[in-house]
Design a protein around this ligand. Structure first.
Ligand code: BEZ
Length: 211
């Protein structure tokens, strides 16, 4: 069954390029992005993993760890990492899970047989420190993911988990937010010291509260 928003991310034990892990223990109290890719030694995947490696400082700023997965072997992962480092001018600095028996892929419903027979599609799970799934994305093999968008969603998820705001379309860090409907105007004015703008009774904005 698919893993849905709000579910506890299923725990698993795995072999990874940085050693064996128990997923929940490895996550600790950080945010986590678990992302699958179809196959080692393929071009789109090579650029994706290189991109995530280069963005480590941005993930660190957000207390977020990255972990990748495909159904290839550890031996292949290690050989491919050399290619990624060479061609993407970086050093892969996060674990890659070798899910050769597809147990984790099945647990997270990462194999979509009508799209790709036996390989994992490009799934993304962003998981909070409470181990609950906060966001899922699924991309097909031929479309590389936009990891700037993934960082943006982590910003939004972290903000909205701490403040009674939502983020409008295309919001990025620093822009005005939406006051959640459950707050009355008076409650919102008391909560948001920078004030609120009432555009419609159901559409109210406030400057980003944690700046
Ligand atoms: C790729 O990463 O380039 C890729 C992987 C599987 C199918 C198509 C493309």
């Amino acid at each position: 069954m698919a893993v849905r928003l709000g579910d506890i991310a299923p725990n698993f034990k795995a072999q990874t390029t940085t050693g064996d892990i128990d997923f929940h223990e490895w996550m600790g109290s950080d945010w986590t992005i678990l992302f699958s890719h179809p196959k080692d030694f393929t071009p789109v995947c090579t650029t994706e993993l290189g991109t995530v490696a280069k963005m480590k400082t941005e993930f660190d700023k957000r207390n977020c760890k990255a972990i990748a997965l495909s159904v290839d072997t550890l031996k292949d992962h290690h050989a491919w990492i050399k290619d990624i480092n060479e061609t993407q001018n970086t050093t892969v600095n996060f674990p890659i899970i070798a899910d050769t028996d597809k147990l984790i892929a099945d647990l997270y419903d990462m194999i979509h047989p009508n799209a790709l027979d036996t390989l994992t599609v490009r799934s993304v799970f962003i998981i909070g420190p409470d181990k609950k799934v906060k966001l899922t994305l699924t991309y097909p093999a031929a479309t590389g993911r936009n990891f700037d968008e993934i960082l943006r969603t982590i910003d939004a998820l972290q903000l909205t988990s701490e403040h009674m705001v939502a983020t409008p379309a295309n919001w990025t860090h620093g822009e005005d937010c939406i006051v959640v409907p459950s707050l009355s105007d008076d409650e919102a004015r008391a909560k948001f010291s920078k004030g609120i703008v009432v555009i419609k009774p159901y559409l109210r904005t406030t400057p980003q509260p944690n700046l």
